[in-house]
Design a protein around this ligand. Structure first.
Ligand code: CDP
Length: 205
């Protein structure tokens, strides 16, 4: 029997860290759906058509080492506004969600569009300034040449595009548990997410 944990939220809210920790804790598979959009964006930046790229993504595309750069994030959020691109990625994500050992998927439209029947739905967020500060630290750690101001501007531009698009905009599903991580440590945010899953998996525990 499958069990799906769907996690949405804006850029750099902590979805990735929380998703990986939840998946490891419960022995589930994890899919960072942002990587799919980043990989399509990278192929478009290299001159390909977005829909063709989305329909022919390979594991090698997802293994590229340059998908975590600000340029790849911006390219992802541009192609992610296109309904045909999103449509081409739906079935892969839904099949992943049905894996028998259970699955954690994180992205922007997992609770609302991809897995509306997920057993657990979380919306992970934090203030734009805090998200920008976290992303800045992460990029500096990777050796990328960025400024605090440019990272904040990227985060705000991506929020506007992701929340403002017509198709599958980023929004908290009405039945999602909202986790505002602004004043939480990573450990606290992970514990809160594990707790939310435990309450559904083992009621009364
Ligand atoms: O890691 P971060 O939250 O910064 O970004 P990401 O999850 O890798 O997503 C990169 C971009 O892909 C987002 O800004 C969205 O535009 C797009 N995306 C989407 O539209 N739907 C998803 N399920 C996941 C990502």
């Amino acid at each position: 029997m499958s069990f799906t944990v769907a996690i949405d939220g804006p850029a750099a809210a902590g979805k990735g860290t929380i998703s990986r920790a939840v998946a490891a804790h419960f022995g589930m598979q994890h899919l960072d759906t942002g990587l799919l959009y980043r990989a399509v964006g990278a192929r478009v930046d290299a001159g390909e058509d977005a829909v063709t790229a989305a329909r022919t993504l390979t594991p090698n595309d997802l293994a590229r080492s340059d998908l975590r750069t600000p340029a790849a994030a911006a390219a992802a959020s541009r192609i992610a506004t296109r309904p045909e691109v999103r449509e081409a990625l739906v079935e892969f994500q839904r099949s992943f969600a049905r894996l028998p050992q259970g699955a954690v998927l994180d992205g922007r439209d997992i609770c609302t569009v991809i897995c509306p029947d997920a057993e657990v739905k979380l919306y992970v967020t934090a203030s734009p300034e805090i998200r920008a500060e976290r992303r800045y630290a992460e990029l500096v750690e990777k050796g990328l040449d960025v400024t605090r101001q440019s990272v904040l501007e990227d985060v705000l531009a991506r929020d506007a595009r992701d929340m403002g698009r017509a198709d599958a905009p980023l929004v908290a599903a009405p039945d999602a548990t909202v986790l505002d991580t602004s004043s939480m440590s990573i450990a606290q945010a992970v514990a809160a997410a594990i707790d939310a899953v435990t309450r559904v998996k083992t009621p009364g525990a």
